[in-house]
Design a binder for this molecule. Structure first.
Ligand SMILES: [Zn+2]
Length: 97
């Protein structure tokens, strides 16, 4: 047994971040042929209702970590995506866009 206390440097998997829903570091920009997108990763803890993912047309259950994205300047049109669906959106592009 080591007497040293071993603090993990990377605590991403810990619960400390669960309540930090609005964290600028969780937000990024992605540019594609449709324009510049603002992409925000949500932990899901602040979700108060299920959202329908435009990528797969399935509901995202409450309190599920997911991705919110909108075109820059169109935050009113933001959509909630499964994180995996957002990353795959170019493979199964919704016709609405
Ligand atoms: Zn989805």
């Amino acid at each position: 047994m080591s007497p040293r206390r071993n603090y993990p440097k990377n605590r991403k998997s810990g619960g400390d971040d669960e309540y930090r829903e609005i964290n600028p570091s969780n937000q990024s920009f992605e540019e594609d042929e449709d324009g510049l997108w603002v992409v925000r990763k949500l932990t899901g803890s602040a979700a108060s209702k299920p959202y329908r993912c435009p990528g797969c047309d399935q509901l995202i259950p409450m309190a599920t970590p997911h991705t919110v994205a909108w075109r820059d300047g169109e935050e009113d049109l933001r959509r909630h995506w499964h994180t995996i669906c957002w990353s795959k959106r170019h493979h199964r592009r919704p016709k609405k866009f």
